[in-house]
Design a binder for this molecule. Sequence first.
Ligand SMILES: N[C@@H](CCC(=O)N[C@@H](CS)C(=O)NCC(=O)O)C(=O)O
Length: 280
Amino acid sequence: MTVLETRSQHGCFDGIQSYYQHSSETIGLPMRFSVYQPPQARSQRIPVLFFLAGLTCTEETFMIKAGAQRYAAEYGLMLVSMDTSPRQTGIAGETDDWDFGAGAGFYLDATEQPWSTYYRMESYITQELRQIIIDQFPADPNRIGIFGHSMGGHGALTLALRYPDLFRSVSAFAPICAPMQCPWGQKAFRHYLGEDQQNWRQHDATALIEDGRRIPDLLIDQGLDDQFLAQQLYPEALEKACREAEQKLTLRFHSGYDHSYYFISTFMSDHLKHHRDALL
Ligand SMILES: N[C@@H](CCC(=O)N[C@@H](CS)C(=O)NCC(=O)O)C(=O)O
């Protein structure tokens, strides 16, 4: 069994917030993740929600800023978040850009050198981290959901579409809905996946739905004052694909909200209710 080093542990809403590091077989380097166990975890196996954070974030960002633990304690949901990429791989230029490389793993397995050796976040989350959570925490393997923000919203949507047997509920805050069409996605996909855009379609939520993949009822919240909305996020593209495919989508726009965790924390209770209703 994977040995976990506990980096810190804190009482939180009658449950436990903890931070871990372990040597990752998938990544080939140490990886960090965080877990919130609500009080219900003391006596039973409970549903789990994986949260995938956005560009520049770490395993701490969601747990510190999203205000999710209060609702998780009420609803009996375990929360798991993880770093947004491998770190300190030694790849030249890894930390030069805030929207690519370190802090920007895009939740896929890179196929192109030099990134493909370490940048394997898709396998890390769907296999290694999922197994750690099932083996070492009171998690119900049949009741796992996934959600995320921005790049992590992209990750949540694409992993839910690609692994419908693993994730039974899905939602997102301000996700990158059509990465093949936006500058963040094009830059990441060109380096991680190469020039053949046919391979990109496997990692683009809009394209996956166009290509026939489906997910359970999808909830997306999007701020209208989001500084990245027009250039990077393209919810209209996803909405069109869902409409044409008859994929159920609740897409809510909110005036006065930007891309930050102030927006995320405002709508957190709705997202946890959405997952609770699907998983309990
Ligand atoms: N560093 C970027 C912003 C990056 C950013 O907004 N990241 C989002 C995800 S895409 C985030 O959640 N940042 C962490 C935070 O708000 O704490 C900039 O200066 O424009």
